[in-house]
Structures are given as C-alpha cells and as structure tokens.
Design a protein around this ligand. Sequence first.
Ligand SMILES: Nc1ncnc2c1ncn2[C@@H]1O[C@H](COP(=O)(O)OP(=O)(O)OP(=O)(O)O)[C@@H](O)[C@H]1O
Ligand code: SF4
Ligand SMILES: [Mg+2]
Length: 327
Amino acid sequence: MLLDVRDLRVEFRTRDGVAHAVNGVSYAVDAGETLAVLGESGSGKSVTAQAVMGILDTPPGRITGGQVLFQGRDLLTLKEEERRKVRGAGLAMIFQDALSALNPVLPVGDQLGEMFTVHRGMSKKEARVRAVELMDRVRIPAAAQRVRDYPHQFSGGMRQRIMIAMALALEPALIIADEPTTALDVTVQAQVMDLLAELRREYRMGLILITHDLGVVADVADRIAVMYAGRIVESAPVHDIYKAPAHPYTRGLLDSIPRLDHKGRELYAIKGLPPDLAAVPPGCAFHPRCPMARDVCRTDVPPLHAVADGRGSACHFWRECLRGDER
Ligand SMILES: Nc1ncnc2c1ncn2[C@@H]1O[C@H](COP(=O)(O)OP(=O)(O)OP(=O)(O)O)[C@@H](O)[C@H]1O
Ligand code: SF4
Ligand SMILES: [Mg+2]
C-alpha cells in the first residue's frame, strides 16, 4: 500500500473548546489508484490532508493519535529531517487557489525551474528546459514563450495547470489535490480533471482528490471516502456507492446532485447544518439531520460496519439504507 492512514486524530484548541476536526480517520491509497474524499464544508477533509502532508498549523492544530504510513514508514514517528526527505520526494499537493500558492513576482518558468535546481541540483539552463517540457506536458500553449510570464498573466485554468506541473516536477508517488477545480468554471473544471486523471495513469501515481462535488468524481475515482464531522461514514468502490449508498448521508449527497434526467424536479437538499466540531451530537453525529434516525442513533456511536469486501458504513441501519427502504 502506498499510503495507509490509520485512526488519525487531529484537535484544534480554541477559546470555544476543543474541536475534534479529525476523529479516527483511516483510509488507504495504492499506486495508480484515485481516492475521492467527499463531504460538506468543515468535515475535516483538508485537515486530514494537512496532517498527512506535514503542513498542519501547529498550534492551534495538534495530531493526537494515529499513523500515517507512507510506503510502509510512519511519517508521524520519523525524525523531522527524515520525514521532510520522504515527503519532499514522494508526496505533492495541489491547492484550490493557484494564485495565492504561486509567487506573484517570479515568472512561472523560474518557479518551476526552482524545483529542479533546488531539489535535483540542475543548472539554471537545464532547469529551464525541464520547465518548458512540464508546461508542454500540462498543455500550456506556446510554453517556450510563456515560461517568462508571471502568474497573473495566465487564466485561472492555466494557473491550475501550472500548479499541477509544479506538483509533478519531482515525480511524486502520491498527489493530494484539495478542491483543485473549485475556483474554475465548469468546462475548464472538466479539462483540468481530465488532465489530472491522464497524468495519474501515465505516471502511475496515487491520487487523493478532495472535493465536495460528487458529480465530478464518478469518472475519475476508484474509491470514495465520505466524511462527516471528522469521521469517515462510508468508504467504498465508486460504482457501489452510485448503485446503492450504505449510509443515509451519502444518499443525501447523491440525491442533491443535479441530474439531466431529473430536469424540472426540485433538487433535494440535506436539511440542517453540519455540527460544530467542538460540540458534536452524542450517538451518531448525523442523527439530527438523518431521515432514518431512531432512538439508538441518539445514544450509540455507530462503528464502521463491514458492508462487503472493501466497503464500510458507519450507520446502525446500513442494511435498510442499502436496500433503499422507506425513510
Ligand atoms: N486553523 C484552524 N483553527 C481552528 N479550527 C480549525 C482550523 N482549521 C480547521 N479547523 C477546524 O477543523 C474543521 C475541519 O476543517 P477542514 O478545513 O478540514 O474542513 P474541510 O472538510 O476541508 O471543508 P471545506 O470543504 O470547506 O474545505 C473545521 O470545521 C474547524 O472546526
Ligand atoms: S446511525 Fe442512525 S442517525 Fe446515523 S446515519 Fe444511520 S440511521 Fe442515520
Ligand atoms: Mg477544505
């Protein structure tokens, strides 16, 4: 297994108390595989990724438990220098906002080139050649000329391609893309997603794709992990989830995707809001919003039940949900 995150826990200490942002998350990604991590805003998707990448804001954040096994080694127990080496060579991240992730006063070619001069000891000239190659690879038109341009001279979609090029530069084994297309319009979103999927295949990388849009993951992901209030509530191969969700929250997310064949019908929305992570409801955290909730849901935290091989659901009534019983 390329990345194996086990029972990861992250807390934030704030004036309002302790927010359990990541509350025992486990997920795994193999080489060449794409895992989509899904969930509403505030469910802990980014904080999990930050803990894996070693870029968590500490304080206020703190990893309080778990393991992050990357190529078999626990990044959380390695010495700082060793850990930086492993991450630097093997892991890369793509952020939502390319404009703030890139340096505004440095031509993009220089920023790409730095990856090679700093990390690979190449000469400036060699690095420039590699930068142009990479820009070509992510299909930036006229790369040889545009290599001297500054970030603001590119469109949003092209900037996101440059971010992808930066992430690819050192040929990482795993890329974590945190909402890589949210800031783009729909057509450009699709192009960037296609490019990412193609590069993932070509380089046989693992990819973790964080998104709150179930609509975009169907074509690119192998597996889905659905997060709610700092936990994984359902984890399954992508086709299984689309066929029949085993958790009412996943069902709610699926029902709220706009579908062409349902044109004119009012779109379903999960009622209510996600909980404050410093005051998560007892029992199943989803119970105040769940159309299937019963008494036991208000008192007992549902464990992740094995629904099938490679599939889990943290719902007391996953069988009913899977069968699509009346709510
Ligand atoms: N710097 C911080 N200080 C305090 N609490 C934080 C901080 N960053 C994150 N949190 C807590 O962690 C929770 C999860 O945040 P996270 O950024 O992982 O959400 P997310 O699932 O990525 O949401 P989004 O879809 O909006 O990006 C937040 O709701 C908040 O309670
Ligand atoms: S455990 Fe109960 S409240 Fe939670 S999702 Fe299942 S049915 Fe709903
Ligand atoms: Mg986020």
